[in-house]
Structure formats: C-alpha cells, structure tokens
Design a protein. Structure first.
Length: 73
C-alpha cells in the first residue's frame, strides 16, 4: 500500500500529476492554497495507489512524495 503526500503550499496547480496518474487518483482541491491556486489532492482509496511515482516525477516543484505503508498484521 502506498501513501501519496502532497505539499499544498508548493503546488502551483499545473495538473501534470493529474495527467500522468494511471489510476486517476488525483484532482484539484476546491480550496485555494497560499498561492491562490487549487492544489492537487489525492482522492483515491488508500489501496488505489500502485506506487508508480509518475506524479512525483512529473511535479516540477517537488511537491509530491510517495511512501510505502507496511501492512500492520
């Protein structure tokens, strides 16, 4: 399982992450950030992200991190 962390204040709403997510798990937030733009948000289920890191690689502002979450058993 992977966790998508987006730094709202770094995001400039370029939408590159949204365009390159193969699972369509990102969208623009309804609320503005400090820059006055709608930042990207992860809207998928916690098990929806496959950890491909396309979003993080495409982000020109390094606003996205992908972390692998270990299953708790």
């Amino acid at each position: 399982m992977f966790i998508v962390k987006i730094n709202r204040e770094r995001c400039k709403s370029c939408e590159l992450c949204i365009e390159h997510c193969p699972r369509d798990l990102l969208e623009l937030d309804d609320n503005l950030n400090a820059r006055g733009v709608r930042p990207a948000v992860f809207r998928g289920e916690s098990n929806g992200c496959i950890g491909c890191i396309n979003c993080a690689l495409m982000c020109p502002d390094a606003a996205i991190e992908i972390e692998e979450q270990q299953d708790e058993e």
